[in-house]
Design a protein around this ligand. Sequence first.
Ligand SMILES: Cc1cc2nc3c(=O)[nH]c(=O)nc-3n(C[C@H](O)[C@H](O)[C@H](O)COP(=O)(O)O)c2cc1C
Length: 447
Amino acid sequence: MGKKLLLDKIQIENLSSYQVYRQNGGYEAVEKALKKLTPDEVLEEVKKSGLRGRGGAGFPTGMKWSFIAKPEGVPRYLLCNADESEPGTFKDRFLMEKNPHLLIEGMILSSYALGCNTAYIYIRGEFMWIMHILEKAIAEAYANGWLGTNILGKGYNLDLYVSPGAGAYICGEETALIESLEGKRGNPRIKPPFPAVKGLWQCPTVVNNVETLAAVVPIINHGGEAYASVGIGRSTGTKLISACGNISKPGVYEIEMGISVEEFIYSDEYCGGIKDGKRIKACVPGGSSVPILPHYLITKTATGTERLMSYESLSEGGFASGSMLGSGGFIVYDEDQCIVRNTWNFTRFYHHESCGQCSPCREGTGWMEKVLHRIEYGHGQMRDIDLLWDVQKKIEGNTICPLGDAAAWPVASAIRHFREEFEWHINEPELCLKQNYGLVKEPAITV
Ligand SMILES: Cc1cc2nc3c(=O)[nH]c(=O)nc-3n(C[C@H](O)[C@H](O)[C@H](O)COP(=O)(O)O)c2cc1C
């Protein structure tokens, strides 16, 4: 089994067309599954593969599927989460644009395993051109008998629809996504009940990320055990990483889980090192929601072991000295970047995107934005750092959905690892402004 499982054919010209996809082994996994495997056997392969959800939380996919309720006469739904709005994350969009049939094939396999006859791709509304690519690919799949009734003459039926997202980051949270798909405002639901029991239209539902569903294709083609032999420990298989920031080669890369972070950042196969020969200052390895790592914790953990691109290694040390693999949005900062400004920028995003249901998130993100803005623009006081710490602590764990945590963690980790930079902004406001913006005068506060 190769070390590239999702992007192995990405260089093939016109791969998004049905003919080219099919000529290159496309839909063979569906043929295998429908002709030779029962739905439970497909589920068993996914369990054996050790695949974990690629949407951020890393929950084992096979286990999640086994939770789906199966009441008699009640439909079940599979929803593909293609909302991808996390700053720094742009891997799903790449996959859907370049290889839409891989996602469709993964959804057919997953729907078959779950006993779903209707599935939806909920795609970020701004990705309208990709929606058209998917719609064309779905029409081709129907025309060639991979979707619709009695697929391959095996008596299995599946309808697949694409639905545009409502233009809010919160609609990527699985229960908000379900609300939005039902035509309502994308407010997260209180859990339990979990979607596996009561999801779309109160029916059993599984929500999976684009990359998770696409990964089911190589799992069925090669077998769950072969998939699990790639990667490291409980981080099996490969992972798509979208790399951006101050690196020489931004882009989407497929890595085998377990390569070193050093290799990922510095080798020419991936990021190609820090742009313009500068030094690295920090990195956010899993999208804007995860804790920032200072330069001395990026390639080595606090205990001196090599930091690897895996769920376990990136979180080693907990929040004191680790971070998370998250959604695989890898953002690199060079020595010239301002951590206070970056933290303010992320917080501005979370304040804007908070659905407003929970007071700690609605109010807290606003306060954090305000305090960070005044520190960044030279109006901060020393007590503001403690105030920020206090506000983020009051948000974390106190909201219906994890958007609150996602807003709190970047602030907490920035203070934890870069406190002196906050203090510098407060002690030397003019120097800071000059250095960051070339400003001689302070701008007016606009928040
Ligand atoms: C605010 C917020 C936004 C999210 N956005 C996405 C997203 O765009 N795509 C995604 O797959 N998961 C997103 N998630 C995670 C989903 O709630 C869910 O865990 C995921 O789709 C499950 O798929 P997986 O098990 O395949 O990872 C988001 C979560 C939160 C709290």
